[in-house]
Design a protein around this ligand. Structure first.
Ligand code: ADP
Ligand code: MG
Length: 647
């Protein structure tokens, strides 16, 4: 049975409105082990016929059977499998991959065939040595002469077995000597029993074959056999290639290496493409960190108000001008609140502004009258001396605790020197018993000098009035602050007969702030994501350029047996790699911004969360996949013949 059998085969090219019939009912059958040359003038359809024989192109009509198997129903993967297993192509212009060494080029078909790395290296080396290229294994095509490149391409045709060698004008670009050498190799391969089909327009080349088919204007015009003394004809038993245990993973690894090489050969372009992703990722991560930092800062300010506390103020709300005149918040209220079951501690506050004087130093200060539990409720940090206690409150002592702002202003940096000193608060003398750390930020300026005295003393000696400025209620830990707020409101309204106070619920404030900053962060992050998307579009754009630049490479890969999926994978990996490297650099950039920020701004820091970093990473991967998909799919859908004819 014939190995290759064409019946009434037609191929029509559609150019514009007109159909151009290039092959017009070709009948041809080629037996195993034949050496056939196809000769004819330029444009007669030789290459078209060759591409159909090699399954790179499909006919429009008629049938083509390989070993009795019809090929018209096969899908592109089955065709590439047949190409890999049976055919070896030799092109006029060699079509080697410029980024790969001679050895690398020869190995490509074996990668797609799933041969194990060590086996394919060994085979490629052996074939190249046999073809006299042993010294040139590591050279790239650019470093080889035409004849040498053609020998590499012959080796590539042989690596998977090369049962049928299709050589389209193999000597067309070579000088006489190199051409002769190539033909000698083809003779040798024929002698081993391979089927060889050579397309040529040179009668002296054609005459070397035992069968010469002449084609003119898409039709076979003559088919002559000439008796030639055959060399040895011992059909080689091709040594079966050892397959890789995980061919898919091997191909993935190769695709990865190809992607790295492609990126490395266009470094500047790759970097510029990445820039979009770098900026996008850096801005998303930084914005989220900024949001988290803001939230942390604001929360730490709120925490200055104490945890799980209610602050009760006279009036209807902040800014109520009458609140200063409302004097119904009394110490009795504080005492009554203290007796409630869900209340842990109560501390009344009164305050007045005045001056603090020590010797010749005078400064404005806020004089706070507080209860003994005030410091515990606020979580104040004692730096020197002691705090006053209930006994001091009862005795209305003139003991003062000052904050570090005040102690610095009056006594210098060491808080201990303030202890035991007497100062004049406005005109009232007071002895300093302790120094606490100034509240950071908080509501109200942190730069104020603060002095704390028992509220009873402040009421008696400064205000002459028993109303309170506020009551801070610390709730038991297990108590829900909202329920407690309602209960306290009801309780105090009952005592006063009307609601002439308002309550600040620190828990509520905290929740509101958390929610607000989260919404704001999300909003700004959404804007930053836009820059990420723009970056992704940049990647897509460059990938499209990259695909169109490498059309001929794609054609070669398909000719030697790459599946569509292999091509898709290669370009997808390239896109994802660009985005991943860009994402990593962007992350580094964001961290660098945080570092510079921390040098410039001391009381505020960017808070980087692992989640946002992981999300950024995943995001860049996804962008690579999404924006790389279209170009990669375009590449994988290229028609191998069209791709090969691009040069
Ligand atoms: P040969 O290899 O014998 O020189 P080809 O097989 O390459 O000839 O081409 C045969 C004819 O088909 C030529 O006239 C050429 O212009 C035409 N042809 C080849 N490829 C295409 C194509 N992709 N689209 C349109 N016409 C084509
Ligand atoms: Mg041609």
């Amino acid at each position: 049975m014939a190995l290759l059998e064409l019946k009434q085969l037609t191929r029509v090219y559609r150019s514009g409105e007109e159909d151009l019939a290039v092959l017009k009912g070709v009948n041809l059958s080629i037996d195993r082990g034949e050496m056939v040359s196809i000769i004819g003038p330029s444009g007669s359809g030789k290459s078209t016929l060759m591409n159909i024989l090699g399954l790179l192109d499909r006919p429009n009509g008629g049938s083509y059977e390989i070993d009795g198997r019809r090929t018209d129903q096969l899908d592109s993967d089955a065709l590439s499998a047949l190409r890999r297993e049976h055919f070896g192509f030799i092109f006029q212009r060699y079509h080697l991959l410029g980024d790969l060494s001679a050895l690398g080029n020869v190995e490509v078909p074996a990668i797609y065939a799933g041969t194990s790395p060590s086996d394919r290296r060994r085979r490629a080396t052996a074939i190249l040595e046999r073809l006299g290229m042993g010294e040139r294994l590591r050279n790239r095509p650019g470093q080889l002469s035409g004849g040498q490149q053609q020998r590499v391409s012959i080796a590539r045709a042989l690596i998977n077995g090369g049962e049928v060698i299709l050589a389209d004008e193999p000597t067309g670009a070579l000088d006489r000597h190199s051409g002769e050498e190539v033909l000698r190799i083809l003779d040798e391969l024929h002698a081993e029993g391979r089927t060889i089909i050579i397309v040529t327009h040179d009668p002296s080349v054609a005459a070397r074959a035992e069968r010469v088919i002449e084609i003119a204007d898409g039709e076979i015009v003559s088919d002559k056999r000439q008796d030639k003394p055959l060399l040895v004809r011992d059909t080689p038993v091709p040594e079966p290639a050892k397959s890789h245990r995980f061919p898919g993973i091997d191909r993935l690894g190769e695709a990865f290496m190809m992607a790295v090489r492609a990126l490395a050969s266009h470094r500047l372009r790759t970097f510029l493409t990445m820039l979009g992703i770098i900026i996008g990722i850096a801005s998303v991560v930084s914005v989220v960190a900024l949001g988290a930092g803001t939230q942390k800062k604001v929360l730490s300010n709120i925490n200055g108000l104490g945890t799980n506390t209610l602050e009760i103020f006279p009036g209807k709300g902040f800014g109520d001008t009458r609140s200063a005149k409302i004097t119904t918040l009394k110490i009795g209220d504080a005492d009554a609140l203290a007796r409630l079951s869900y209340v842990a501690a109560v501390t009344p506050t009164v305050s007045t502004s005045g001056t603090v004087r020590h010797g010749a130093t005078v400064a404005n200060a806020l004089v706070n009258g507080v209860g003994d539990q005030y410091f515990a409720a606020k979580g104040s940090k004692l730096l020197a001396g002691r705090l006053f206690d209930l006994a001091s409150v009862k005795a209305m002592t003139q003991e003062a605790v000052i904050d570090t702002n005040a102690s610095k202003a009056l006594f210098g940096d060491n808080p201990a020197t303030a202890i035991g000193q007497t100062v004049f608060l406005t005109d009232v003398p007071a002895r300093i018993v302790g120094v606490i750390e100034a509240q950071q930020g908080g509501f109200g300026s942190s730069a104020n000098l603060q002095a704390y005295l028992p509220y009873s003393s402040v009421q008696a000696r400064f205000l002459g009035d028993l109303s309170l400025r506020s009551i801070t209620v610390r709730l038991n830990d297990s108590v829900d602050s909202n329920a407690a707020e309602t209960a306290v409101t009801k309780f105090l309204t009952g005592r006063h007969g009307e609601k002439d106070f308002f309550i600040l619920n620190t828990d509520d404030i905290r929740k509101t702030i958390v929610a607000t900053t989260q919404v704001l962060t999300l909003l700004v992050a959404a804007i930053a994501v836009i820059s990420l998307i723009v970056g992704g579009i940049g990647v897509m754009n460059i990938m499209l350029v990259s695909v169109s630049e490498r059309v001929s490479e794609i054609g070669v890969r398909m000719a030697v047996g790459a599946r569509r999926q292999d091509i898709l994978q290669q370009f997808l990996i390239e896109a994802v790699l660009v985005c991943l490297i860009g994402g990593t650099l962007g992350l580094g950039f964001a961290l660098a911004i945080g570092f510079v920020f921390s040098l410039l701004v001391t009381d505020f820091e960017l808070v980087y969360s692992t989640t946002s970093m992981v999300a950024a990473f995943t995001c860049s991967c996804l962008i690579g996949l999404i924006f790389g998909f279209m170009p990669a799919r375009n590449a994988s859908r290229l028609d191998p013949v069209a791709a090969l004819s691009k040069d």
